[in-house]
Design a protein around this ligand. Structure first.
Ligand SMILES: [Zn+2]
Length: 265
């Protein structure tokens, strides 16, 4: 039996993940963002439907999403909101923090800027870069005259705060159902500062998040007039940012509770 008294005198501290979540949230709060929250057990409605994810989209597949069993009478086992009426919407463990977007937009009037930190879940085999549970941070800005350049400025500012003033970002065109246009965001390699090394596969950049302009269908589904308002959204995997920042090469270390890792921070 391990004698817990061996640790007598050792001082506890926050886990590196919690530390970086707080650091990221603080950066955005300093830029005027508000923190929003939502349930981890979510309806298909908020997780997919209102985000313009088609019924036949592969991300809804059993292999990616944890679906919760309906109750005996066939109604969805849904305890988090009034949505998810019988036969209409199933219940899932949220696959992204984007589910909070629509919940927030339904009740708030633009303009607003929110940041949403939280746990998300994917039905995946675990390896050095995949876990069934991980952390995301979602950002959403809606207002009049919002453009892609506002997104670029915000993210540029954020990565300079996180990785230092030498950090730069670049956009690459991409597709996500809930944004149009959509982009992948790369940040200059934290190890070689863009010169090229093994970690960035000699490209000088590392992919860190997806982002884009909020799709008009998403605004409409949340009761916001897309003719009047526009917005941008971004979502990043926090685990990956921690791994990059500290050179951790296996995501599973972050959840193992191993003090040999935790005590280094
Ligand atoms: Zn590099």
């Amino acid at each position: 039996m391990t004698d817990s008294r061996n640790n007598k005198g050792a001082q506890g501290h926050l886990h590196p993940l919690t530390q970086i979540v707080r650091e990221i949230v603080d950066s955005f709060v300093a830029m005027g963002f508000e923190v929003a929250d939502g349930p981890e057990v979510e309806s298909e409605h908020y997780n997919f439907d209102v985000l313009n994810v088609p019924k036949d989209h592969p991300s809804r597949d059993m292999q990616d999403t944890f679906w919760l069993k309906p109750s005996e009478d066939g109604s969805p086992n849904h305890s988090t909101s009034g949505v998810g009426l019988k036969g209409v919407s199933q219940t899932v463990l949220r696959t992204h923090t984007s589910s909070v977007q629509a919940r927030y937009m339904e009740t708030q009037k633009p303009p607003f800027k929110i940041i949403v930190p939280g746990k998300v879940f994917r039905c995946e085999a675990t390896d050095a870069t995949h876990e069934a549970q991980f952390h995301q941070i979602e950002g959403l800005v809606v207002g009049e005259g919002i453009s892609l350049s506002h997104l670029q400025y915000t993210l540029n500012e954020f990565f300079k705060r996180l990785y230092g003033t030498q950090a730069t970002i670049r956009f690459r065109p991409s597709f996500f159902p809930f944004v149009e246009p959509g982009v992948e965001v790369d940040v200059s390699c934290v190890k070689c500062s863009g010169k090229g090394c093994g970690m960035c596969k000699q490209t000088g950049f590392i992919e860190v998040m997806g982002a884009g302009m909020v799709h008009p269908n998403v605004l409409t589904a949340s009761g916001i007039d897309p003719q009047k308002y526009r917005g941008f959204a971004f979502g990043m995997g926090v685990d990956r940012l921690v791994m990059l920042k500290y050179g951790i090469d296996d995501i599973r270390y972050l959840y193992s509770g191993d003090l040999r890792l935790v005590n280094q921070f």
